[in-house]
Design a protein around this ligand. Structure first.
Ligand SMILES: [Zn+2]
Ligand SMILES: [Zn+2]
Length: 906
């Protein structure tokens, strides 16, 4: 049988993927005796394009799913996409604006239709790209966060939380456009630097000098409720017991200490205006302060503004500055260029404003989240993320779940048109405290999926649904069970929930992971997964994050085009280590591509000896087994064991590296070379036996490698498949270690042979013996020499050695190099002597090595100096420091090597 000389990933990958999908191989085996193993995909946005982060995340999930499938689990990987409210709405709005339209002009219903049309047309880009990566998701179970079933789940969840008293309506600070009279999401606010001023204003005290604060918006001081300083700022410690007075209105203000204060801004003391600044709002929440709104929705000053009531906010600003100056309270004015938010539609300056929103009361849910780790065995890998998770839950704030956009799950709440507006007006007349929650009965608020026929407070029948939609994360936190059919009691739900492991990045531990755990416990009574594997972030070499704005993107689809998905996947897994960040460059993917080529070439060599279309590994005959045969089979058993252990422990890099080492070095570099020798023996039975061992190993290696490199392994496995046509490696079993093949004796003897060959090769390389010249080898040693005699041919072939003499005392000729092998259990210590007279001039070599040593020493010294510089260590990005440390280690290893070489000449 002959394989094409070069492997062509593009052709094989698309062929195999459609074959697998067509045959339903991605669906879990329905055999009820099989244990389920389930992963739910972190749903990419429908607007998404596959980036390197997705590639890593989904490769790791696919490795686990393919591995468990081979281990006999009913493995299910549930795919799907997220409607990504704001992102998708923005994309469609941008399209509309090209036609000169706004969503308001189109109207809500028409606009939503447009978004759906966009989703139908472009929303599957990312799932097609996941296919190119080789992701073995069960596409027959693909879900979308706005599909019918998931929308029902969202309604059900909202109602259940509401009935449990965990959802309430209250106030939150939002971005407000006074002209459009609407709240804007953060993404809808455009920031622009604008030349302005920083005013330093003295706030008097009842006794003493008071304190100076700086502000860019003096008109908001009318709504101040406190002055804040940083807890570690000693400049103002005397203030804490004083009563500070608000300029002009003379209202008493508290002095609070809060770590959110930026000590470097202005004087380090800041005014706290909770109704008009988000940072102040959050600070006030922490300190139990109330908020005073000083503006109407159109940004005219309201009654709380005292003498300025009725003025426009910017007119008020001018007048306040004049008045402060007149009263001697304006200490200083500085030029200043703050970044100011503008409405993306009308360019009006945003006015942060308190407005009513829906919230989830989080502390009872956070208790469930904490319990998950402390009692239910939820495990983070690496473990350090459990602390981050717990810390966040212990300091959790209520979750604002309403968004002022149209694309998403509309909030199932209805407002009575007689009760609600009157209630809100009444409420806004007083200062608001943050725990001030709407009383639904009085406010005429009705939570219901369908329109209530009448208001339960006034009997009125004009009820209007909330305009807002739910935060996108409100549907994704239900993902592990909503995708399996909840709230229906489906077979999938009872079979596959709880899922087995979640694989994700650290950036969504709070947004998503923690919330899924709480939702799982609250709605299902069980944590949604036992293990959470958190992988690192993709960076570029040098430490920077990979991002569009920095222009340093490496496109995974480009890598797939050029080198194949297998190369991409293998290189990425090879680089993960204990959840550390990954430092990428284009060339890092060569590792995977070269590995695929190495495997292809080895397979060609093995298969060219086979007749027919597919080879059948048959049991080999122990009678013909040589030491190298026994060694490679034993090594293989260990590799199987190590790979299995590594994958069970989510040590992907260890598994990839272990297999790489085995295939590239043990199998290809050593055993294949020796197998060629064995085949030359002329004994037909022995030759046949060697061929069978090669086939057996190749077939086993393909199965071990399959989770990492699914395509090339399938392509080759079809040629060596033991089961015959119609089978797939995807459903083949994971190799089990067979202890019968474990052979410590063979490993020790072959280890000694390898040591001899390696030493001879090192000597040849170090002293620059020309490739075509063979050397002779004298070995001085006592115990174990007989083993060596039986394998002289291997040393001669692999070490380019002609004559080998051994004995317990050998005379060392002049102009020779000696290398020492330490004793092993079955071997005494050996001296390997290689005479080099006539081959190289050792005097010249010595001088060269000494020069080399000096050069390396000075480079190592320079690196040491740099690394001991504390300024460098604190300023350089972590990636750079790590790279420097790594290269110092390499230099030190080289230093040791050359020092050793010098000794060999002595
Ligand atoms: Zn506007
Ligand atoms: Zn009513």
């Amino acid at each position: 049988m002959t394989l094409p000389p070069v492997y062509s990933p593009a052709e094989a990958e698309s062929r195999w993927y459609s074959e697998w999908e067509k045959n339903g191989y991605f669906q879990p085996d329905p055999d009820p005796s099989k244990k389920p193993f389930t992963i739910v995909i972190p749903p990419p946005n429908v607007t998404g394009i596959l980036h390197m982060g997705h590639a890593l995340n989904n490769t790791l999930q696919d490795v686990l799913i393919r591995y468990k499938r081979m281990r006999g689990f009913a493995a299910l990987w549930v795919p799907g996409t997220d409607h990504a409210g704001i992102a998708t709405q923005n994309v469609v709005e941008r399209e509309l604006s090209k036609e000169g339209l706004t969503r308001q002009q189109l109207g809500r219903e028409e606009f939503i239709k447009r978004v759906w049309a966009w989703k139908e047309k472009y929303g599957s880009t990312i799932v097609q790209q996941l296919r190119r990566l080789g992701a073995s998701c069960d596409w027959s179970r693909e879900r979308f966060t706005m599909d019918e079933g998931l929308s029902r789940a969202v309604e059900k969840a909202f109602l259940k939380l509401y009935e449990s008293g965990l959802i309430y309506r209250g106030y939150y600070l939002v971005n407000w456009c006074p002209r459009c009279q609407t709240a804007l999401s953060d993404e809808e606010v455009q920031h622009e630097e604008i030349q302005g001023h920083l005013w330093y204003i003295r706030y008097p005290a009842e006794k003493g000098d008071g304190v100076v604060v700086a502000t860019t918006r003096p008109e908001t001081l009318l709504g101040d409720v406190a002055v804040a300083i940083h807890p570690e700022d000693t400049r103002y410690s005397h203030l804490v017991d004083q009563t500070i007075l608000l300029p002009i209105l003379r209202r008493p203000l508290k002095v609070i200490r809060d770590p959110a204060v930026d000590r470097k801004f202005g004087t380090g003391a800041v005014k706290v205006t909770p109704a008009h600044d988000l940072k102040d709002f959050l600070m006030a929440q922490r300190h139990g302060l109330s908020a005073i709104r000083v503006m109407h929705p159109d940004a005219r000053m309201n009654d709380q503004a005292g003498p300025y009531a009725g003025m426009d906010r910017f007119e008020c600003r001018k007048r306040i500055v004049q008045d402060l100056e007149a009263q001697g309270l304006l200490v200083m004015t500085q030029e200043y260029t703050p970044s100011i938010g503008h409405c993306y539609r009308c360019k009006t300056i945003i006015e942060p404003t308190l407005s009513p929103q829906w919230f989830i009361k989080m502390s009872p849910l956070a208790k469930l989240g904490i319990e998950a780790v402390e009692k239910d065995g939820l495990r983070f890998i690496p473990e350090r993320w459990a602390h981050v998770y717990l810390d966040w839950l212990r300091n959790i704030r209520d979750w604002c779940i309403s968004r002022q956009i149209w694309w998403g799950h509309r909030i199932p709440a209805w407002y009575c048109q007689s009760c609600y507006p009157a209630y809100v007006e009444e409420k806004q007349r007083k200062p608001l405290s943050f725990d001030s929650i709407f009383e639904e009965e009085k406010a005429g608020i009705h939570v219901s999926v369908t329109r209530p026929s009448q208001c339960r407070c006034c009997g009125g029948n004009l009820l209007v649904q909330d305009e807002d939609v739910l935060d996108t994360w409100f549907s994704s936190w239900l993902w592990p069970f909503s995708t399996l059919g909840w709230p229906e009691k489906t077979k999938d739900l009872s079979t596959f929930y709880p899922t087995s492991v979640l694989v994700t990045g650290q950036d969504i531990i709070f947004f998503w992971v923690a919330r899924m755990v709480m939702a799982g416990k609250f709605f299902m009574g069980q944590i949604p997964f036992k293990d959470v594997y958190i992988h690192g972030i993709i960076r570029v070499e040098g430490g920077k994050k990979m991002s569009k704005s920095l222009g340093n993107i490496i496109d995974p689809l480009g890598v797939i085009d050029r080198m194949g998905a297998d190369a991409l996947r293998f290189s990425l897994t090879h680089m993960t280590s204990e959840g550390q960040d990954l430092y990428l460059s284009e060339t890092k993917f060569l590792l995977g591509r070269n590995f695929a080529n190495k495997l292809w070439n080895a397979a060609r060599l093995i298969l060219e000896k086979q007749e027919g279309e597919a080879a059948q590994p048959i049991p080999f005959n122990p009678r013909f087994m040589t030491i190298p045969d026994r060694w490679i089979l034993s090594r293989f058993q260990r590799v199987i064991q190590e790979m299995t252990d590594s994958l069970e422990g989510y040590r992907f890099h260890e598994a990839a590296r272990g297999l790489y080492q085995f295939v590239w070095h043990d199998f290809c570099d050593w055993y294949l070379e020796i197998a060629k020798l064995q085949r030359e023996s002329g004994d037909e039975a022995a030759t046949h036996n060697t061929d069978q061992i090669l086939l057996t190993l190749l077939e086993g290696v393909l199965r071990l490698l399959h989770p990492f490199m699914p395509f090339i392994t399938e392509e080759l496995w079809q040629k060596v498949q033991p089961q015959g046509k119609g089978m797939t490696i995807m459903r083949a079993s994971w190799p089990g270690p067979e202890s019968a093949w474990l052979d410590p004796d063979a490993q020790e003897i072959f280890g000694q042979l390898q040591a001899v060959v390696t030493e001879v090769r090192n000597i040849r390389a170090t002293f620059r013996v020309p490739l075509k010249e063979k050397v002779s080898l004298l070995i001085q040693g006592e115990r174990g020499i007989d083993f060596l005699r039986q394998h002289e041919k291997i040393i001669q072939r692999l070490g380019s050695v002609d004559r080998i003499s051994v004995g317990s005392s050998v005379d060392r000729p002049s102009s020779s190099v000696v290398s020492h092998l330490p004793p092993q259990e079955s071997f005494s210590s050996w001296d390997l002597i290689v005479p080099l007279a006539g081959l190289v001039d050792l005097k010249v070599e010595r001088q060269r090595i000494e020069k080399e040593l000096k050069a390396i020493e000075s480079r190592a010294q320079a690196k040491k100096t740099r690394l001991s510089d504390s300024l460098f260590r604190s300023k350089a990005p972590t990636g750079v420091v790590a790279e420097e440390e790594e290269s110092l280690k390499l230099l030190e290893a080289e230093l040791a090597k050359w020092t050793e070489s010098l000794k060999q000449i002595q």
